[in-house]
Design a protein around this ligand. Structure first.
Ligand code: GBH
Length: 495
C-alpha cells in the first residue's frame, strides 16, 4: 500500500506518464493569433475588422472592456517575439494573418502594402531563425466591410475568401509549408452567428451557425483546390484545417450515453470533418435537423444541403488535420427534448456538463482531463481513416499569470503523455504538438483575465514587457530530450 502511495505521488497521482521518446521528426511548437496579439488595430493602413467594431461599439462584451487595440503590441515587437520563439527552441510557430491588415475592406482590389511587408518580415525572421511558420489564414477577424456584405452567412463570402487565400499563397507561399484555412469554424460560426457571444454577435441559433459552416466548408475546399491546382507543384506545401472539440465522455456505461458521446462529437467535430474526410454532413446531423425542422413547421431542413457535385468537391480537401483540444465534458441524452429549442446543441439532443471532480483552469470551460486526449485521437483515427494529425492548440489558463506556473507544466506534461500514448498504443498518426499560447494575450470575451502564455506580458507597461514563466524551461527541456520523464525509452532507434 505504501509503495502504491509513493508511486502515485511520483506520478502526481495521475496515470503513469508515457516514457517513450517522441520521434526525431515530431514537431513541437507554440501558437498565437493576429487579433489576440498584434494590436496596431488602425495603423499603417489596416482596415477595421468585426472584433474592432464589436468591442469599440460594445465594450461590455468583454471582461473589463478589454480589446485588441494594443494588446501585446506584437505588430511592433515581432522581432522580439520571434526571439522568444527561438529561445523556446521549438520547431514551429503557428500564427494567423489579419485579413483586414492585408485587404482593408476584405476585397483583393485594394492591397495594403504595409500589411504584406509585415507578414513577409515576420516569415523571413522565422525562417532566418530556422523556425517553420504554420500559417492560419483565418482566425476569426473578418474585415468589417465583408460583414457589412453579409459575412459568413452570405454565399458571396466563398469567393471573397478564395480570392484572399489565393493572394496569401501567392504572396507568402514560397516560404510556407503548412497552411491552415480556418481556425475553429465551430466556434466562430456558433458563437458569431448562432449564440451571438463572439463577433459579429449575431443571434440566429438554429440557422445562422449552419449557414456559416456551409460557406466555410465551401471556402475551405475552394482554397484547397486553388492550392492544389495553382501552387502545390511549385510551393510543395500542405493545406489543412483546424477543428476544435472537447472529448465527450459518456456519463455512464449505458448504450444511450455512449451513443450520446458519438452524437455530440458528430455535431461538433463531424459537422466539419465528415464533409472533408468522408463526404457530406454526418448522418445523425442530417436526420436530427430534418426531423426537428419539420416538427417546427418548416418545409425543409435548417441544415443546408450539398449537391452531389459539392460533396465530391469538398471531400478529400485536407492534407492534414489540425486539432485544438483542451478539455472534456460528460454527456447523456436529453430526456424529452424540446422540439422548439433552437441551435445546434438543441438539435443534437445531447446535454453535456463538467464533473465537479475535475480540476478547473481560469477559463470556465477548461477542465484538466488529460485522459480525454487519447480517447479523442483514437475516435478521430477510426472515424476518418487515420488522417495525419497535428495538435494545433492545447494549453492551460490561470488568472494571475504567475511565473511559477506549475499547473501549466503539469497540464502540458499530462496531455503530451496522452498524445504519446495515442501514437504508441493506438497508432494515431500525430506529427506535432503546439502549445497555446506563446504570450498572455487578449482571450476574446475574457479579455486579459484568462492567461494562457508561456511568457507573461505586463499589460500595464507601455513596453508590454515579456517575461518567461517556469513553463518555458520545462518545455525547452521536453523539446531537447523529446522525453516527458527523467529517462525515456528510444523506441525509434531501439532496434
Ligand atoms: C481556442 O479556442 C482559440 O483558437 C484561441 O483563439 C483561444 O485563445 C484559445 O483556444 C483559448 O481559449 O463553454 O461549452 O461553449 C478554444 C476552444 C472551445 C474554448 C469551446 C471555448 C467553449 C465551450 N474553445 N469553448 S462552451
Amino acid at each position: 500500500m505504501e509503495y502504491l502511495y509513493i508511486l502515485c505521488f511520483l506520478a502526481s497521482c495521475y496515470a503513469t506518464l508515457n516514457n517513450k521518446k517522441f520521434p526525431d521528426d515530431f514537431m513541437f511548437g507554440t501558437a498565437t493569433s493576429s487579433y489576440q496579439i498584434e494590436g496596431a488595430w488602425n495603423e499603417d493602413g489596416k482596415g477595421e475588422n468585426i472584433w474592432d467594431r464589436l468591442l469599440h461599439t460594445n465594450p461590455n462584451f468583454t471582461v473589463n472592456g478589454d480589446n485588441g487595440d494594443i494588446t501585446c503590441n506584437s505588430y511592433h515587437k515581432y522581432k522580439e517575439d520571434v526571439a522568444l520563439v527561438k529561445d523556446l527552441n521549438v520547431t514551429h510557430y503557428r500564427f494567423s494573418l489579419a485579413w483586414a491588415r492585408l485587404l482593408p475592406n476584405g476585397h483583393v482590389d485594394q492591397i495594403n502594402d504595409a500589411g504584406v511587408q509585415y507578414y513577409k518580415n515576420l516569415i523571413r525572421e522565422l525562417r532566418a531563425n530556422n523556425i517553420e511558420p504554420l500559417v492560419t489564414i483565418y482566425h476569426w477577424d473578418l474585415p468589417q466591410g465583408l460583414q457589412d456584405e453579409g459575412g459568413w452567412t452570405s454565399s458571396d463570402i466563398v469567393d471573397r475568401y478564395a480570392d484572399y487565400a489565393r493572394l496569401c499563397f501567392r504572396l507568402f507561399g514560397g516560404d510556407v509549408r503548412y497552411w491552415m484555412t480556418f481556425n475553429e469554424p465551430k466556434e466562430f460560426c456558433w458563437q458569431g452567428y448562432g449564440e451571438g457571444t463572439n463577433a459579429p454577435g449575431i443571434k440566429a441559433a438554429g440557422t445562422g451557425e449552419y449557414l456559416c459552416a456551409h460557406h466555410v466548408l465551401k471556402a475551405h475546399a475552394t482554397a484547397w483546390h486553388i492550392y492544389d491546382e495553382e501552387f502545390r507543384s511549385t510551393q510543395n506545401g500542405q493545406v489543412g484545417i483546424v477543428l476544435d472539440t472537447n472529448w465527450y465522455e459518456p456519463a455512464t456505461n449505458s448504450t444511450e450515453d455512449k451513443i450520446a458521446s458519438d452524437t455530440k462529437l458528430q455535431f461538433i467535430f463531424g459537422w466539419y470533418a465528415n464533409p472533408i474526410f468522408r463526404g457530406d454532413y454526418p448522418e445523425v446531423m442530417r436526420n436530427n435537423i430534418q426531423r426537428r425542422s419539420l416538427a417546427q413547421g418548416l418545409t425543409k431542413s435548417r441544415l443546408p444541403e450539398f449537391t452531389p457535385e459539392e460533396i465530391e468537391y469538398v471531400k478529400g480537401t485536407a492534407d492534414f488535420l489540425g486539432v485544438n483540444m483542451y478539455s472534456s465534458a460528460l454527456v447523456a441524452p436529453i430526456e424529452n427534448p424540446d422540439v422548439n429549442a433552437m441551435g445546434y446543441e438543441a438539435d443534437s439532443e445531447v446535454r453535456d456538463w463538467l464533473s465537479e471532480n475535475w480540476k478547473k483552469g481560469a477559463s470556465p470551460w477548461l477542465v484538466v482531463t488529460p485522459w480525454g486526449v487519447q480517447k479523442l485521437l483514437r475516435w478521430i483515427k477510426e472515424q476518418y481513416n487515420n488522417p495525419r494529425i497535428i495538435i494545433t492548440e492545447n494549453g492551460y489558463s490561470d488568472y494571475d499569470g504567475t511565473l511559477d506556473d506549475v499547473d501549466r507544466i503539469d497540464y502540458i506534461q499530462q496531455y503530451l503523455s496522452g498524445v504519446r500514448d495515442a501514437m504508441d498504443e493506438d497508432g494515431v498518426d500525430v506529427f506535432g504538438y503546439t502549445v497555446w499560447s506563446l504570450l498572455d494575450n487578449l482571450e476574446w470575451v475574457y479579455g486579459f483575465t484568462n492567461k494562457f502564455g508561456l511568457y507573461h506580458v505586463d499589460f500595464n507597461s507601455p513596453n508590454r514587457t515579456r517575461t518567461a514563466k517556469k513553463s518555458v524551461g520545462f518545455y525547452q527541456n521536453i523539446i531537447r530530450t523529446r522525453c516527458l520523464v527523467d529517462y525515456c525509452i528510444d523506441i525509434q532507434n531501439y532496434w
